[in-house]
Design a protein around this ligand. Sequence first.
Ligand code: GDP
Length: 202
Amino acid sequence: MSKNLLRQAQFLLSAHRLDQSPADSGVEVAFVGRSNAGKSSVINTLTGRRNLARTSKTPGRTQQINYFSLDERRRLVDLPGYGFARVPPSMKTHWFKTINAYFERRRSLAGLVLIMDVRRDPGEEDLQILEWCRAVDLPVLILLNKADKLSYGAARQRLLAVQAGLAGDGRSLQLFSAKTRAGLDEAAGIVLDWLAVENGEA
Ligand code: GDP
């Protein structure tokens, strides 16, 4: 399947609650990450669209699940970020419940891209998400974004350190830069594989 599919991404709808999501058919790939890790930038780089996923630094707006359609059967999903400095407990609970329910119930979900800042260790929420994915056997691609902020050697070291910390687990983990597009072909290849699988087109 070609990268052009990703370039067809168009905003579909925002869901505040899971039941406001589009019909759970076809196949979708979701993106999640701590605020400021570069989730919006990664989505925009993968789709070749500068402003598709918009950055929001206001916690109030981060609760939404944003759906983008690629074609009639395939979607990308921008899940709410986490890790904002001042978030009321009620909002944290809402995030927790929404994301958990999304992973547990969403049948069309074929894979998750977890975005982390290469310079930070996985946080509590990152680990929680990985645990949920393991529980439902969902494939995960971890992108260590902002690799351009480190030297090549330092970035490689971070990759190995995070890999060791996560105890392997058969997950894909790679360096990425939304700025320089390093790692773009590999990441796009995995996302496209996931999008094709349910349709027998892989
Ligand atoms: P989000 O909150 O996870 O959606 O993060 P954004 O995509 O809004 O990115 C947060 C900040 O990091 C912005 O200022 C981006 O320009 C910057 N950023 C994102 N990805 C990269 C990257 O790969 N390299 C560098 N140097 N900066 C990045």
